[in-house]
Structures are given as C-alpha cells and as structure tokens.
Design a protein around this ligand. Structure first.
Ligand SMILES: [Fe+2]
Ligand SMILES: [Fe+2]
Length: 201
C-alpha cells in the first residue's frame, strides 16, 4: 500500500492522466462521460450511503464518538447539497454548454461568424464552482481529521464495517469528478463562450 506521499503522488498522476485523456476530446462526449461515470452512480448510491452513515453514527462508541460531527456534516452534504448540485449541472449548466456547442457547429456549417446562442451565457457557473469549493472543503476536513481511517474496522455485530470502502470510493470519485469539471470542462466551455461572444472562429 502506498504511504501518504506515495498516495498523493499516485492521485496527482491519475488526475494528470485524466486531463490528458479529455483535454482534446469533444465537449459533448465529455459531458456524456461525466454523467455516465459520476452522476448516474451517485444518484443510484447516495440514498443507501446516507442511510449507512446514519446507522454508523448511532453505533459509534468510546473515542470513535468524535467522528459523529464530521460524519453528520458529510451525511448532510450527501443528502441535500450534492444531489442539488448534480441537478443544477444536469438541468441548467450542461444544457447551456450543449447549446453553445450547437451554436458553434451550425455557424461552422454555414460558414458564418461565431455568435453566442440565445438564452444567456453560462450564468450558473459561479454557483457551481462555489458548490465544488464546499465539497472540496468537506473532503479536506475528512482527510484532516483522518475520519476514514478512524472508522471502526467492524460493526458491533463483528462484520466488516460497510462504510470504509464505500467512503474511500466516494472520496476518490468526487475528487476526479470535480477535477474534470473545474480543470478541463469549465475552462473549455468558458473559452468557447468567449469565442462565440467575440465573433471569432
Ligand atoms: Fe458533476
Ligand atoms: Fe460538479
């Protein structure tokens, strides 16, 4: 198992690989990938995960009770803030980016100058980035308090604790998901919008 520095390096390499994989691919395909790889599994898994966190909080004993507060904060984020965030991307931001892509494609077909699509720009982007900062703050707090490693190894009934692996997977996926959006998708969408607004090809 990699040590702390090794794990960080591994994660950096993984994110760099993701950037290389997606920085030149079509934006529409990238949105499809984000929906399939991250949003759909979250919609499917979040309710069960929230229930598991609620049960785990009730079972904390001794020094592990200190984990109740960070787990409660995480439970709240996963119950309401994260689903709201996913919906805001699916219903507002991603459709706007696709509208920009269609505007770009049709002007290229007609040989016209670039022009932004009707209906406003990427207005919800600021709110989306605030959400990402909130999610990242939560992940940083979980890491700082070493919550995942301090979860009990087993449940009171002696079974492997169901939360440890689930939460490790969630944290890894959220980091990749936010990275792809913040570092690749959004800057490329903003550049596209600017190009359409400026009428440059
Ligand atoms: Fe997303
Ligand atoms: Fe997001």
């Amino acid at each position: 198992m990699p040590d702390g520095n090794g794990a960080q390096l591994h994660e950096k390499e993984k994110l760099a690989e993701l950037r290389r994989a997606w920085e030149d691919r079509p934006l529409g395909a990238m949105i499809d990938h984000i929906l399939d790889r991250y949003h759909t599994p979250l919609h499917r898994d979040l309710p069960g995960l929230v229930d598991k966190i609620g049960s785990a909080r009730k079972e904390l004993t001794g020094p592990a009770r200190e984990l109740d507060r960070p787990l409660r904060d995480l439970e709240e984020l996963l119950r309401t803030d994260l689903p709201d965030h996913l919906r805001a991307e699916e219903e507002a931001l991603f459709p706007r980016i696709r509208a920009h892509l269609r505007a770009d494609e049709s002007r290229a077909e007609r040989g016209e100058k670039a022009a932004a699509p009707a209906g406003g720009g990427l207005r919800s982007l600021g709110r989306i980035q605030d959400d990402h900062n909130q999610i990242m703050d939560m992940l940083i707090a979980l890491h700082a308090e070493n919550v995942l490693d301090r979860l009990p190894e087993t449940t009171p009934a002696g079974d492997d604790h169901p939360l440890r692996e689930d939460l490790k997977r969630l944290v890894g996926d959220l980091r990749e998901h936010a990275f792809l959006e913040d570092e690749v998708l959004f800057p490329r969408a903003v550049a596209l919008e600017k190009r359409l607004r400026n009428g440059t090809s």
